[in-house]
Design a protein around this ligand. Sequence first.
Ligand code: 13P
Length: 249
Amino acid sequence: MRQQIVAGNWKMNGTIPETENLIKQLLAGDSKNERATVLVCPPFISLQAAAKALEGSHIKLGGQDMSEHEKGAYTGEISASMLLTVGASHVILGHSERRQYHAESDDLVNRKAKAALAAGLTPIICVGESLEQREAGQTEDVVGRQMRGCLNGLGPDDLKKIVVAYEPVWAIGTGKTATPEQAQEVHAFIRDLVKDIDTSAGEDLPILYGGSVKPNNAKELMAQPDIDGSLVGGASLKADDFIAIINAC
Ligand code: 13P
């Protein structure tokens, strides 16, 4: 049985008091699911307060990005060890918003993934095609290229420690979700690609779906054989919706 994960990517939302309040609501509600790891990824500035609010609970903590460097003169950056010492276990890498607004390449995501693994953080590597690419029939080309670029040089042991999130760009924040069949097709493609490198790493790889996941579509998506959970944006900011998605897993 593969590990199931439901992760909330809060993006640039929530002040520290709002973060504490949302965590309080999650912990007061039915946010536990024996079958799934639950993870929240607040903005960097809220991580410490979030870690305190989550102390002793079942909810894990992740960063939304990190530097490829260990330390030094990189103004504005946050390192893997900084994330670890604040209590994070995971880090989202290569989100399409980082690729789009901060020109992140597969090469850079690859270097960040290696730095995360070296530090002992679990990278959640995001891939996904744009609407134009899907309509031009290039989904597998694009996702395949992203996957190979981001995983370049990772051996079987590393591949057993990563998580992949398939997030079609056209489904993020648009209310347009991939159908379960569309998502399943790409998830199976991603798994096969990793299996070609190492069979058991591919079999065990948790592949999350992200893009307008809501309480009313989560169950059908996560029921697909190669969908092992979800990376939730907007709906993870509402405790009731996020809890419903956790329980749909
Ligand atoms: P939405 O759930 O708001 O579409 O965002 C998805 C996402 O980008 C998660 O990383």
